[in-house]
Design a protein around this ligand. Structure first.
Ligand code: NAP
Length: 456
């Protein structure tokens, strides 16, 4: 039975209703997974995982199979198909998927919530965008607006948790339609981000200011549309501030996710007296729109018309427990992405040039990390220099300065030239630069000839 070692994130303990979520609720462990696929299955090498608020639900003991303490936590991720028995997902395709485990490799039995990213090596649209603006957050904002909202110029739009990924994209969409956009958020830094980076008309720190009076001050005639991302008391306040015939698009309830007792809305009567429209939205009805969404919005990200959203990329699955707890605590702004592995581990040369396909990338005896070291640029530079320029003879004496560096570790090339190589191999795409590199390599070879002088 073929198997592979897989580090994964599981629940260490359930989180009780009203209990603060901490890193102690999460743990990482390493297990073996069977890689012998059945028909219809794929094996994905995970590259990036997105942290999302709803994942907290998976830590509540609901007595269902999905709440199994030992199951891998899942969410939205981007990965590379490394084994496939599903023709829609050939090996080497880069996919976005729901149900991707917080782990190195995910074996998917029923890849219905998997989409092939059409142009994954486009340097202007990095893969992390598919977890941010072009991922669940972007499509949530896009589909909610497309399905439910008709913006009119100068309408007053209020968005709660506006500094988050969904709120941020909603803010962009509303501004593009000429709306007057107000956002609320939980820190002064985020307020500054909303005003300076996203260019909102007004931003309110709901933790330090009185939301009611602040909304009155910035929107004295009231609000036309409220995008509710937090629920709870903010929803109640928004009902008060909406104009007659105003609209609520109810997307999230984050303020109530960990609450001991459910929040009871007090202003429901205003829905009737003001003839408000309340639309609930769930992304799961719109997942089929991903290809259409990407076609429309990836070019706008690439040409800078839509600014990429604030992102923090954390490296390593082992950092998930603390990062996720901090995220739920509001300590981050924008999208949090965990880098599990990097598609371009061979270095920048491959992100600028055509990526090289690793020939036997699933060979357990050659871990992928080797392709960022001995089988990557370090090894390649030494190999190319020797193959092109040097004929070793038995018993020759070698001299290498800085012999602890990664290239010289592989083979003796004086380290003072590594700086040159480092500068240059970023540009290895052009033939001209190749020539320059080889010119430098020749000089490196000449320096190796110093050995003769030293041994004399
Ligand atoms: N319906 C759907 O299909 C769908 C899809 C995606 C997301 N959602 C929902 O949309 C909302 C936004 O999602 P997102 O991914 O963009 O995440 P997000 O807005 O970044 O959510 C995390 C942020 O929520 C804020 N928050 C936490 N507790 C709060 C509270 N008690 N009151 C007010 N704000 C609080 C914190 O920021 P502050 O500093 O501002 O407090 C925290 O940083 C969430 O409710 C999410 O569940 C729904």
């Amino acid at each position: 039975m073929a198997s592979i070692s897989n580090t994964r994130v599981v629940r260490a303990q359930f989180v009780a209703q009203g209990e603060k979520f901490t890193a102690a609720h999460v743990k990482t462990e390493t297990v073996q997974i069977n890689t012998q696929l059945n028909d219809g299955e794929v094996l994905i090498r995970n590259l990036y995982l997105g942290l999302d608020p709803y994942t907290r639900y998976l830590f509540q003991n609901q007595g269902s199979a999905s709440a199994d303490l030992e199951a891998t936590v899942t969410g939205l991720g981007v990965g590379e198909v490394v084994e496939s028995k599903a023709s829609a997902f050939p090996v080497k395709s880069i996919v976005l998927g729901f149900g991707i485990g917080w782990e190195q490799y995910t074996r998917m039995s029923n890849p219905r919530t998997l989409w092939v990213i059409p142009d994954p090596h486009n340097p202007k649209v990095p893969l992390v965008e598919y977890l941010g603006a072009l991922g669940a957050n972007g499509i949530t904002a896009y589909a909610a607006v497309e399905a439910l909202v008709k913006f009119k110029k100068d309408q007053v739009v209020y968005i709660s948790s506006a500094a988050g990924p969904v709120g941020g994209f909603l803010s962009i969409l509303a501004q593009r339609q000429g709306a007057f956009v107000i956002g609320s958020t939980g820190s002064d830094d985020k307020v500054e981000y909303l005003l300076k980076d996203l260019g909102l008309n007004a931003a309110i720190n709901y933790k330090t200011k009185d939301l009611r009076s602040e909304l009155d001050a910035v929107a004295p005639k009231g609000i036309d549309i409220y995008f509710d991302l937090v629920g709870g008391e903010t929803f109640d306040i928004a009902l008060e501030k909406l104009k007659p015939n105003g609209q609520v698009v109810a997307i999230g309830n984050i303020s109530t996710y960990g609450a001991k007792t459910p929040y009871v809305t007090k202003n429901l009567n205003l829905i009737i007296t003001k003839a408000l429209t309340i639309n609930g939205f769930t992304l799961f009805q719109y997942l089929h729109k991903f290809p259409h969404f990407w076609k429309e919005y990836a070019p706008l990200i690439a040409n800078g018309e839509i600014k990429s959203q604030k992102q923090t990329v954390i490296k390593g699955l082992e950092n998930i427990p603390q990062t996720f707890a901090d995220y739920l605590d509001g300590k981050y702004n924008g999208k949090i992405i965990v880098e599990v592995a990097n598609l371009y581990q061979m270095g920048t040369v491959h992100s600028l040039a055509q990526p090289s396909i690793i020939p036997d990338d699933y060979n357990p005896k050659i871990p992928l990390a080797e392709y960022s070291d001995n089988l990557g640029t370090n090894g390649f530079i030494a190999y190319a220099a020797v193959e092109t320029l040097i004929r070793f003879k038995k018993d020759q004496v070698g001299y290498t300065s800085s012999s602890a560096g990664p290239i010289v570790e592989f083979l003796s090339i004086p380290a003072k030239h590594q700086g040159v190589f480092n500068d240059i191999y970023f540009d290895l795409v052009s033939d001209e630069v190749f020539d320059i590199v080889f010119e430098k390599l020749k000089r490196a070879a000449l320096d190796i000839n110093l050995k003769d002088t030293l041994s004399d």
